[in-house]
Design a protein around this ligand. Structure first.
Ligand code: EPU
Length: 428
């Protein structure tokens, strides 16, 4: 186990290249189950969630070979193997094995998903969709049993706009008989990316990226080659770091339209942003103004950038208020930021950040992936050294964040934890 050290106060300058989108990758890999020949996915991020899903594909008989950022998945020997325990319980995205295995084999046994704790994360809308397609779904001792004689298209109205449920229902419906309509679907770019892969495999999907998706079932899906979209949340995290500590940073391999809600807020704060085809150039002002932010479903401000943005608000002139309407309990980073001298009041689900405050280095713990990114950004701004534990969360979603920040001029390094520190960490 390792911990991270960040020596604050160093300005960031240069170019950073963004990897493939984690939240696409974790759906594209299970989607390969549905094909009857090899699927090649290019541009995958080198993060632990991706490798864990590769291992799960192998557990059910898939042949997965890696060539840097490219995975070749041969699904021909896959079987509907039960996956009630192990890795499947550690990962949120393992729930995509439900839709993909149900779609391919008409049955699946999958442990309930794990992942970052952000408050309650129900999957009732996924289940509602599978049931509407004709599956019987039961929860037996923490594992979901899904069985169907055959899947038949249906109209499904999502009561909550959900990325996971939208993708999972698409996965289950692409080989169902007849037409499936998902109403009140999520519109995130990752949904379009998954629909693009499925379409290259031979699926018939219309409307991905709008709130009504129509899927006409096909009998067979074949192998294909797909290149993943860039990670808008990784890009947004570097944009926030640039606003916090940048002189001038170029973010390369980004789709600027995917980040309009963030760039609008950064501009309002006084950050200069120039957008070119697949690049964003970011130059902050010496004085930034506090702003209010509310997270919403896409194209609104992403909940996944709420925590990193809270760190940035500690340096603005005047207060900023941040309200997460997607996960109102996604607040575990606040106590850690307070250890670093941040002045944050939590009131009715909103965090009110009083700035400007000079953060001080401290020992802090990343409780989840984006909390980890928030603490790294706080560490870059702080006086002195910040020591961060809980790196396994950060490694789930940020490819080589230490190397990328170092190349921009940050002083950031990893050290092995002693046995005593590991024990303390595990009991804290
Ligand atoms: N919800 C329900 N019932 C459901 C599904 C969702 O009530 O059946 C609620 C959730 O509790 C939440 C809201 O609907 O309040 C949105 O949840 P959604 O299903 O969209 O989230 P998710 O699919 O589980 C994905 C990302 C998250 C990201 C959210 C929101 C993946 C693997 N995860 O989760 O990413 O925060 O969408 O955009 O795609 C992250 O990357 O750090 C991360 C947590």
């Amino acid at each position: 186990m390792q911990k991270m050290f960040v020596e604050g106060g160093h300005k960031l300058k240069g170019k950073v290249r963004i990897g493939g989108a984690k939240n696409s990758a974790v759906a594209l890999l299970p989607a390969a189950i549905l094909a009857d020949s090899e699927v090649t996915i290019e541009g995958l991020p080198e993060i632990s969630d991706v490798y864990a899903l590769g291992e799960l594909l192998e557990e059910i008989g898939g042949d997965v070979t890696w060539d840097g950022h490219t995975a070749h998945i041969d699904p021909t020997r896959m079987i509907s193997m039960p996956l009630p325990n192990g890795l499947v319980k550690q990962l949120r995205a393992s729930y995509y094995f439900m839709g993909a295995m149900l779609g391919k084999f008409n049955r699946a046994v999958i442990g309930l998903p794990g992942g970052c704790y952000l408050g309650p994360r129900p999957i009732d809308q996924h289940i509602k969709g599978f049931e509407a397609l004709g599956a019987e779904v039961t929860n037996e001792k923490g594992a979901m049993y899904l069985r169907a004689k055959e899947l038949r298209g249906a109209t499904i109205y999502l009561d909550v706009v959900s990325v996971g449920a939208t993708i999972n229902i698409m996965l289950a419906a692409v080989r169902a008989k007849g037409r499936t309509v998902i109403e009140n679907a999520a519109k995130e770019p990752e949904i379009i990316d998954v629909a693009t892969l499925l379409t290259s495999m031979g699926a018939n999907i219309k409307g991905a990226g709008t709130d009504v998706i129509r899927i006409d079932g096909v009998e067979e899906l074949h192998g294909c080659k797909h290149t993943i979209i860039p990670d808008r949340i990784e890009a947004g995290t570097y944009a926030i770091a640039a606003a916090a500590m940048g002189e001038e940073i170029i973010i390369d391999n980004v789709i600027p339209q995917h980040l309009e809600s963030l760039t609008a807020k950064l501009t309002e704060m006084g950050v200069a942003i120039e957008e070119q085809d697949d690049q964003m150039r970011i130059r902050p002002n010496d004085v930034l103004t506090g702003v209010d932010v509310k997270t919403l479903v896409y194209p609104g401000f992403p909940t996944d950038l709420q925590q990193p943005f809270t760190s940035l608000l500690t340096k603005t002139k005047g207060p900023g208020v941040i309200t997460d309407t997607i996960y109102n309990a996604r607040l575990k980073h606040i106590d850690e930021l307070r250890r670093m001298n941040a002045v944050v009041k939590v009131e009715g689900g909103s965090a009110i950040v009083s700035g400007p405050t000079q953060l001080e280095g401290a020992r802090v713990k990343a409780s989840d992936l984006r909390a980890g990114a928030a603490l790294i950004i706080a560490g870059l701004m702080a006086d002195g050294i910040t020591e961060i534990t809980g790196l396994e969360h950060i490694q789930r979603g940020y490819e080589d964040i230490t190397g990328k920040l170092t190349s921009l001029g940050a002083k950031i390094w990893l050290e092995d934890m002693t046995d005593e520190e590991i024990e303390q960490f595990q009991h804290s």
